[in-house]
Design a protein around this ligand. Sequence first.
Ligand SMILES: NC(=O)c1ccc[n+]([C@@H]2O[C@H](COP(=O)([O-])OP(=O)(O)OC[C@H]3O[C@@H](n4cnc5c(N)ncnc54)[C@H](OP(=O)(O)O)[C@@H]3O)[C@@H](O)[C@H]2O)c1
Length: 219
Amino acid sequence: MRLALLGGTGDIGEGLALRWARDTDHDLVIGSRNAAKATRQADEYEAELTERGIEASISAGANDEAVKGADVVVLSVPPYYVTDTLEAVAETLPSDAVVVSPAVGIDTDEDGFHNDPPGVGSVTQLAAETVDNRVVGAFHNLPADRLSDLDADLGMDTLVVGSEDAKGLVASLADEIEGLRALDGGPLANAPEIEGLTPLLINVARYNDGLSHLGVRFT
Ligand SMILES: NC(=O)c1ccc[n+]([C@@H]2O[C@H](COP(=O)([O-])OP(=O)(O)OC[C@H]3O[C@@H](n4cnc5c(N)ncnc54)[C@H](OP(=O)(O)O)[C@@H]3O)[C@@H](O)[C@H]2O)c1
């Protein structure tokens, strides 16, 4: 399967790319607004994997090139740029590609971090309103720092929301990452509750010494 990570040059993109490259045989392509930046990052990810004795070939390109031929496209960009990014790749995005949104709108004040969703309820639903593709929400509650630390055991769950056919595909991609378990979060309408968990996790880490890079495990 071909997986394109738009904005795969950033934090969550790095974690997903490194884990998928280590744990699966899928074709990975790092996307960026700047093709040269994408290539630099892909080379860095390959170098890190090589140091660990893992041979991986990670492609790279501008976002609109990266989506060509992709089966799954992950929107690893800040929430405010999800619609811009989708619009920028509209001409080359395959109509049958599943689009995955891990994005969470977050606001901060002196008390902590707060969910700041778009009017439609969640960033995942906003993405679904922007494209005709099947859209799935996943990976919202994963801490990027832990994901990109290949020495860290994950032991975490990720809730997957969307239509039945597309959700299963993304759930298997999540399950293929060692230490990650995909759980069915229901339809897209349930995305607001899942996105709202992310600021909660950051607040718990902020207010409790010794806790950092938190995720969730449902038991
Ligand atoms: N960080 C986490 O722990 C975490 C966890 C779960 C979910 N998420 C979600 O994952 C998404 C990405 O988070 P992140 O921490 O990886 O973000 P990030 O590192 O700040 O940014 C990711 C990438 O987005 C691209 N980008 C920046 N500004 C942009 C713009 N104006 N238009 C289009 N692309 C732009 C950049 O790629 P180029 O410059 O190469 O184009 C950047 O490398 C967010 O929506 C976040 O809510 C993050």
